[in-house]
Unconditional design. Structure first.
Length: 280
């Protein structure tokens, strides 16, 4: 049996693009007799809002989507993420980074090649007397790739039936935790998909590059690799990516306007935007 999930962050209201992705994940499970799960990724304590989580749940129910287990909130799983970080530190794969945002921006704007990545300024720095200073934890990418290769061999994943070679090193030493977010999206989503038995991850093409990091973390933490389905993004009437700044209506707005939720969901299944949804 397959298990899919929808995992929004309650940092704002859902729009039609979110609905499109949720419906794709929901229908994949339902069409194959599987389970569909809802997870609220509220680990960012500075931006997540309980009222947004409540609205997300109401929006999805209004669309006619149902899920097969209690909703999981990442904010209730901090100890699990801390244990994973401790394991990676014990394996010598993390290092503290004391660079400020301004220093990082300046370093990453320098010519490092085709892709600007964090240049490893703090890698190898003796931090024993600096741990009271503000810092984040970065993955030592070179060491991590070497450890994963020794453990699991070449890394790849199944994306809609196509094998994709994982190349996490192209993203440099990514952040896995910081003071205001005790686990990054990369770490938390990888751990939670495994913990919930997710076999199929359905999400937008904009998250494709993140999967390189997730595949690496799966190898380092001995976690299973689900099948991935990165779908094209739903675009607005002028070909723009759906976003609040482009006038994309929120699901809550449509719901409050009396729009029929299941009918809207059927429109999105056909790749159609509901008529009159965009106000000019």
């Amino acid at each position: 049996m397959i298990t899919s999930r929808f995992a929004p962050s309650p940092t704002g209201r859902l729009h039609l693009g979110h609905a499109f992705s949720a419906i794709r994940a929901h229908d994949l499970a339902r069409d194959r007799g599987g389970a569909f799960l809802l997870r609220i990724e509220d680990i960012d304590g500075t931006r997540s809002r309980p009222e947004h989580a409540e609205t997300i749940i109401a929006d999805l129910a209004w669309l006619g989507l149902t899920w097969d287990a209690p909703v999981v909130f990442q904010s209730e799983r901090l100890e699990v993420y801390a244990a994973a970080l401790a394991r990676l530190r014990a394996d010598g794969l993390l290092y503290p980074c004391f660079c400020t945002r301004a220093e990082i921006a300046e370093a990453m704007s320098a010519p490092h090649g085709a892709t600007a990545v964090y240049p490893g300024t703090c890698r190898g720095v003796d931090a024993r007397d600096r741990m009271n200073e503000p810092h984040c934890w970065r993955l030592d990418m070179a060491a991590a790739v070497s450890a994963a290769g020794a453990r699991a061999g070449p890394l790849d994943w199944n994306d809609a039936g196509v094998r994709v070679r994982a190349v996490p090193e192209q993203q440099g030493d990514v952040v896995l935790a910081r003071k205001d977010a005790p686990a990054s999206y990369h770490l938390a989503v990888t751990i939670d998909d495994a913990a919930q038995g997710v076999t199929d991850v359905v999400r937008g093409r904009d998250l494709f590059e993140a999967t390189h990091i997730h595949r690496l973390l799966q190898a380092l933490l001995d976690l299973p690799t689900p099948r991935y389905h990165h779908h094209e993004l739903l675009l607005g009437p002028y070909g723009e990516r759906l976003a609040k700044r482009h006038g994309a209506p929120t699901l809550a707005n449509l719901r409050e306007d009396g729009v029929d939720g299941p009918a809207l969901a059927d429109d999105l299944r056909r790749g159609q935007l509901p008529k009159g949804a965009f106000r000019t």
